[in-house]
Design a protein around this ligand. Sequence first.
Ligand code: 3HC
Length: 283
Amino acid sequence: MEIKKVGIVGCGLMGSGVAEVCAKTGYKTIVREISEEALKKGESRILKSLDKAIEKGKATAEQKKQALDNLSFTTKLEDLKEVDLVIEAAVENMEEKKKVFKTLDGLCPPHTIFASNTSSLSIVEMGSVTKRISKILGMHFFNPVPVMKLVELVKPITISEEVFETAKKFALSLGKTAIIAKDTPGFIVNLLLIPYLLDAVRAVESGVATKEDIDTGMTMGCGHPMGPITLLDFVGLDTTYFIAEAMYQEFKDTRYAAPPLLKTMVLAGYNGRKVGRGFYTYQ
Ligand code: 3HC
């Protein structure tokens, strides 16, 4: 089957990036958020990113116009009833994701493929509330989506080969490189990244070094584009905390246990760059 129309659920950091990339590639893309305010915020993030792409020579004004022509916005889940593929990028909460997929299952035609951008939650569990468990997979994008070249395709044991191949073809059409992982918490990237980020917080907590020196260690010593503390602020402390918790619950391995400092900062609302304050402060 061919994908022509895509529905994106959630227009936060990840959803807006995924929507932008789909629309830029030429797919009719409809984005749903829960409130007009959240939609406006997401839309302006997309506009800003398209302008930055032009400024960096990665897109033309004509491509920006085409992308915007392909995009539409709604607060109603019902408006996604005619899409060929749904990419869910809502909050990292299993109950919320199940609610979304259950509702969409009753609205969308049988051929519609469901994908979740979850970082760590079980795809099979999300699919279990639908009548299309052979048509659900994980499509895990990376932040910033228009820049990062990777998509992790999460292949649950329930998916049909034909659906998986269609989803893979779609991911490649976005200009991304696809890697394939089992439906296991953290998949490939977060299985390795989360313990690294948590260890960096533990290093700050135990006074091994300043956060600046930890960051410099990894940028200048290992050639990473960002040090782990800057990356935590970039990904979001709350997001990192939720992923770590989900992985800890599943594996009961202390490598995934969030250090007290991370929890305290999340409770304080110091969630990183998106709120202007994390380990560092931002304008
Ligand atoms: N659209 C298209 N391209 C863009 C763009 C846009 N809006 N904005 C920037 N670019 C391009 C630039 O042209 C440049 O391309 P080039 O390398 O060919 O010249 C490249 O992107 C870098 O852009 P900048 O020069 O503006 O920015 P920096 O060099 O400061 O890099 C960064 C910014 C890409 C964010 C870099 O710091 C980085 O890679 N950081 C690490 C990000 C990372 O690890 N992300 C993954 C997080 S984990 C995750 O998301 C999973 C989740 O589950 C936790």
